[in-house]
Design a protein around this ligand. Sequence first.
Ligand code: NAD
Length: 457
Amino acid sequence: MTEPDLFEVVNPATEEVITTVELAGPAETDAAVARARAAFDTWRRVAPADRARLLRAFAAAVDADREHLAALEVANAGHTIGNARWEAGNARDVIEYYAAAPERLFGRQIPVAGGLDVTFQEPIGVVGVIVPWNFPMPIAAWALAPALAAGNTVIVKPAELTPLTALRLAELALAAGIPEGVLQVLPGRGPVVGQRFVTHPDVRKVVFTGSTRVGKEIMAGCAAQVKPVTLELGGKSANIVFADADLAKAAATAPYAVFDNAGQDCCARSRILVEASVFDDFMALLEPAVRGVRVGDPSDEKTEMGPLISAAHRERVSSYVPDTSAVAFRGSAPDGPGFWYPPTVLAPVRHDDRAFTEEIFGPVVAVVPFRDEQDALRIANATEYGLSGSIWTRDLGRALRVSRGVEAGNLSVNSHSSVRYTTPFGGFKQSGLGRELGPDALDAFTQTKNVFISTEE
Ligand code: NAD
């Protein structure tokens, strides 16, 4: 017998150990894949209306457990209680939305000579879902809901640091009547459990959300078995503010577009590009907005930003702001235990500064001026990432031109929204491959089968 691999789960706001979770090894992973493979044979044959009913029951169970799920996320990930409630509600909404899919996975009937030609949207098989620590609940739900709806079985590997809400979702699924083996949550290390999803021949699809570095390794590994992948990777998104915008609103909302979830958001607008003629006015409005961000105890209803996820991550974030950095202004952060880091605004910043080019994944934003529309697009697109972005202007033509010009998958005009469960989400360039949410996500979990039936006598 080998020693169990025990992982201490820590509350990032207090540094206290909440619980200990046993991480799966290679043998447990293979056993989970075997269960999922066996369950696939029956789950795919469950009548569409029954699969839909089971998913609706699962959504209802999540709904009834929202406060508990939210409290778990506050403790495990340091999310503010407001955000954590939204995340639990989002998981419910996504499951409910895809509960409508089993009865609507239409194929086509295509005109051909000599018979009838029809297509079927077939499930792929066992889907391995690898989740990061920044949004444990929504990211798990965005993959498992459409995958299950399409008739696949799913194994979720949560991030080592944040397994608690995913484990709870698996319990709720079972309680709602989803059969054993259809949805499993397997805490484990990336290079062990996650890597086994890549190499195991019975895992027929991998969904990965996380860093671009690991995402590339997963994609390369999956090539060996021509295994499809969905990748949701990093970002360095631009918030572009034109002189004709509602500057007060743009400045008041900009901090939340980057400091929400302490900046640990792949969609964080971590570069603010401001038209040069209003740069100073914008900075004057931004300063009180940044200083006003309420950072502290995430379980307090009034708190707007909690801690970073870990001491190691705080080290990494700090490395982008050495003593030589031009810090224009900063918000506050509590003293004492917890992995706190204050909202930080860098200006002026060189375009080749790593704080301007690399994903920091923390509450640090860089502000730079631009000359005109072309210059704004040039700066916004001078990155290998392309996940999201915002455009602030009152000129509709410009809003559309710039929206079409920014190389990113999710843009919002005069707002900072990225995610609606009814609309597609995903990255351009090295921010990802494939789309989650909305009607598009089902494509990632089905394969088209064409059947020709001869009518010849
Ligand atoms: P990470 O890439 O280190 O880990 C993500 C997940 O992959 C974890 O579950 C981890 O255990 C697993 N993993 C690590 N090495 C692995 C390997 N060799 N094989 C298989 N699995 C492996 O990233 P992280 O630090 O957990 O998360 C932060 C990153 O995630 C950021 O770069 C962020 O932008 C990105 N992210 C992107 C999105 C998106 O939707 N585009 C969403 C959230 C996070």
